[in-house]
Structures are given as C-alpha cells and as structure tokens.
Design a protein around this ligand. Structure first.
Ligand code: AHR
Length: 501
C-alpha cells in the first residue's frame, strides 16, 4: 500500500495562481474561431468573443493569458492590429495563412476583461524595433498626453489598461531570431530599458529563457540561462522556460489518440522531466540572483503530438485524452512543489492547439480531460502549499519508462480548507493509499474523480465521455486531535481532488 503524509501546519510557500495560466497564439484555430469569431458571427458572442468558450473558461478559473505568441510574437507588428483599415500579413510560422489583424491589442484586452484575467503581452525582438516596443507599452499603459495615448483614444479607448506581464521576445535562440545567448542578453537589456513604467503601472519584465528537451546534456540548454542571467538578471523580473512533452521524436512525435501502452508511460516519464528542468535552471539562476528575486515564468508547456490526420500540419490541432489529464495533473503538482521560484506557467495552448483545454468545431465546443483537471485543481490557486511526502511503488515497464505510481500535492486555502489532489499514473492497477493528514482533525467535505482508459477522450458527438464524477473512494480512518487518517482507492489512470476542513 502507498502512503501520503501531509503536514497541514507546515507550508512551503504560496502557490501563485498564475501557475494556472494559459497561452493563446495566432496559430491555427486558437485565436480565430476558437476564441474570437468577430462581431458579425452567427455564433453567440460578446464583442466578437465566443460566449460558450468564455463562459467555460471563467468557470475553470483562468488567472492569466499570454498573447500573441510564441513564434508569432516575433513577427507581429502591433500597429497593424489597431484602428481602422488593418494591414494584412502572412503568418509565416504557422501554415502561411493570411492574418487580417482583426484581433489586436484592443480585442485581446477585451478578451481578458471578459475572462477576468491578467494580460501577458509578448513583444517582438526578432523582427521589431526598440521604438515599436516602447510605443506599444506607451499605447497600452500611458495615461497622460502623448502621441500613443492620443492614438489609443482615437481608437476608442481613453483610459489606459493595466498591464503587468510583458515578455521581451520569445525563443530568440530559434524562431525569434536564431541569436546566441550573449547577443540576446545585450538585445534584452536594450529593449527592456524602454519598457517603461507609466503612472502607477508596474511592468514585470520577462526575459526569453531556454527551450529545453528531454534528457540531460545539451537538451537542458543551461548555457543560455547562464549567459542571460549573467548579463541581464538585474533588469528582469521573470525568466521564461519552455518544455514540451513529445513521446517520440520531433520528426515522429506520436499520435494523440492511437498510442501504445509503452508510449503512454514514455509520455508520463517525459512529462516528469519538468522537475529536472526547473531544478537545474533554478540552480544556475541562483548563482546570479541568490535572493531568488527573478522568478521562473514557465510560459510554454504541454504535450505535442502529430497533428490529427487530415488537418493542416501548420495548425497543430490534436485531440486530448486521459493521458493528457495525467500529464496536466503531474506537471501542475511539480510547479506547486517549486512554488518558491515558479511564479507563472502557461499551458500551450488555450483552444484548438496542442494540449488545449477547449476544442471547437464551428458552433460546437467540447471540454477536454485537461480542462477538467484545471477546474478540479482550482482551489490550489493562491493557497499555501503544504509539506508532504509520498511512498509508493512504480508503474509501467521496468527500465527508463517506469514512473512512480502516484503524484500528489496538497494546499491550504486562506479559509483553512485543505485541498489534496492525487493522480494514479498506472494504466492498469488501482492505487491503495494510506493517508495521514497531520495538523488537526479534518473532515472530508467533498471529492471529485476523473478516470477512464488511457485513450478516453471527448468528441463533438460524445462531449461528456470523460467528465468529473463524485469520488467515493475515501474510507475515513481513526481521527485524532492532531491528525486524520483514511484510505484512498484510486482506479487506474485517474485524477482525484479532495477537500477537507
Ligand atoms: O506553441 C507552439 C510554438 O512552440 C510556439 O509558437 C513557440 O514559442 C514554440 O516553439
């Protein structure tokens, strides 16, 4: 039997709600169709934003949203996306399609208003100018008299917006300009200098960090972190990291629905690598920032498979199964474990792209298993992460692809309720867990479970095949003044969320 011991009196820090952040790029059908249908659409919308999608996202709890990319950010010229007669461009990274710029700064800010989330805007270093970036920040946040503030007003918005998170470039080691780290560090300093604070708006400036892949060695890309931190740490508040879980190779990534048991464990094992990525980069960062003032912004993560057959390869559309639900659960647990340094994380991407929480097909919409995990974990946002340990066996084949059977995290909200989330990574064996919740008598107030075969998923014809159900697998044990015991039984391939107070 496995064990989880939680010390409800001992916290390891606050779980920033932004760990539950998302990412929306001008890529495939993420922004257009997924989020924005425009003012003339027959699909129900408010100011062009799909009402079914925004309602579902509000319910899920979406604290922050990154935009406009990704690779797209470094070829985006924001001035083309405001006012009348917007200029068209070609989206060279993603399918070579025409971008009509109908979704621009005003529309993004309106979307964030409807979702009640913090905007995170990513600026263009790769093909943009310093003055262009400076003017964008002025356009968005300057409240006095200035050319950009006046232009904003002419475009229908008098009041400046509040903008906290601003990224200075994206993947500048690759699609954002193929720069070497010391060159980017110099560019960062130059661009970031002109990302100004106007009035009481305070910008949290995020430097482009390393892109990483599975396995130690060059894939960790520690040299990038070393150089960028060494030269520019003093001018940044956040440092971004990217890591995608690719079960196969970049050439043949593997299918989203049709996968083997070995690929299932490979995916989970590769997802667990996020822990190593954070630990190793945090150690380098600490050398140049011993106070840990600069936070990790893990602004791209998630599974990346081959696109669904018959879809545009440049659109990165993939289905989403219970396997993805487990990847989401264990990754969020890892971010929570590192809540002292990880301030934000953004799963890629919000709608219709990679590990999306929502898929749409014209007027139809479905919630993916990943969506349900985000919603079931919502109570962790801004809660205190509790110290805990687990003792468990292994799941999967012997050797490299074997994984720990369970993944868990616990937190205590301001009101004192304790949330425990647990995932059983085994595809074929139930997990029996002896639970000790130390630090006071606690009573279970409710629980939910998401479970199913590893490739279970929702379709537009059967959108509720994978959906949370009440959890009945907790048997209360002896309860003493200083602790509560019980046994949890989780079926194979499942995620559970429990609430005690
Ligand atoms: O999320 C898809 C792409 O992956 C992003 O545009 C880029 O930053 C990364 O390589």
């Amino acid at each position: 039997m496995a064990r989880i011991i939680i010390d409800a009196d001992n916290t390891r820090g606050t779980i920033s709600r932004h760990i539950y952040g998302h990412f929306s790029e001008h890529l495939g059908r993420c922004v257009y169709e997924g989020l924005y249908v425009g003012p003339d659409s027959p699909i129900a919308h408010v100011n062009g934003m799909r009402s079914d999608v925004t309602a579902a996202l509000r319910e899920m709890g979406l604290p922050s949203l990154r935009w406009p990319g990704g690779c797209f950010a470094d070829e985006y010229h924001w001035k083309d996306g405001v006012g009348e007669n917007r200029k068209r461009m070609v989206n060279t990274h993603w399918g070579g399609v025409v971008e009509d710029n109908s979704f621009g700064t005003h529309e993004f800010m309106e979307l964030c208003r409807q979702l009640d989330c913090e905007p995170y805007v990513n600026g263009n270093v790769g093909s943009g100018e310093v003055a262009e970036m400076q003017e964008w920040v002025e356009y968005m946040t300057f409240g006095g008299e200035s050319p950009m503030a006046a232009w904003r007003e002419r475009n229908g918005r008098g009041e400046p917006w509040k903008l906290k998170y601003f990224g200075v470039g994206n993947e500048n080691w690759g699609c954002g300009g193929n720069m070497c780290p010391s060159f980017y560090a110099q560019m960062y300093k130059r661009y970031a200098t002109y990302v100004r604070n106007y009035g009481d708006n305070r910008v949290f400036r995020i430097a482009c960090g390393a892109g990483t892949s599975y396995g130690s060695g060059p894939g960790l890309n520690l040299d990038w972190t070393e150089a960028v931190m060494k030269h520019a740490a003093h001018l940044m508040d956040g440092y971004s990291l990217h890591y995608y879980t690719v079960p196969g190779t970049w050439q043949q990534k593997g299918r989203a629905l049709d996968f083997t048991e070995e690929e299932y464990y490979k995916t989970l094992k590769k997802a667990l690598w996020v822990d190593e990525v954070i630990r190793r980069h945090a150690a380098v960062m600490e050398r140049y920032d011993p106070e840990r003032r600069v936070k990790i912004i893990f602004d791209e993560w998630g599974t990346w498979y081959d696109v669904e057959p018959g879809t545009n390869p440049g659109f990165l559309y993939q289905q989403n199964t219970m396997r993805d639900a487990l990847v989401a659960a264990l990754t969020l647990h890892i971010f929570q474990k590192h809540c002292g340094i990880v301030h934000m994380a953004n799963i890629a991407q919000l709608c219709n792209v990679l590990q999306a929480v929502i898929l749409t097909d014209k007027e139809k919409m479905l919630l993916t298993p990943t969506y349900h995990v985000f919603k079931m974990f919502k109570a962790h946002q801004d809660a205190e992460a509790l110290e805990s340990v687990s003792l468990d066996g292994r799941a999967g084949p012997d050797g490299e692809w074997s994984v720990p059977q369970i993944s868990h995290s616990a937190s205590r909200s301001a009101g004192g309720a304790v949330t425990l989330t647990v995932a059983n990574l085994s595809g074929d064996t139930a997990a029996e867990i002896d639970l000790l919740l130390a630090g006071g008598p606690y009573t279970l107030r409710g629980g939910e479970i998401l479970a199913g075969p590893m490739n279970a998923h929702n379709t537009f014809d059967a959108p509720a095949t994978v959906a949370p159900a009440p959890f009945n697998g907790f048997a209360a044990g002896r309860s003493e003044p200083d602790g509560t015991r019980g046994t949890l039984t989780l079926p194979p391939c499942s995620v559970v969320s429990l609430r005690f107070d």
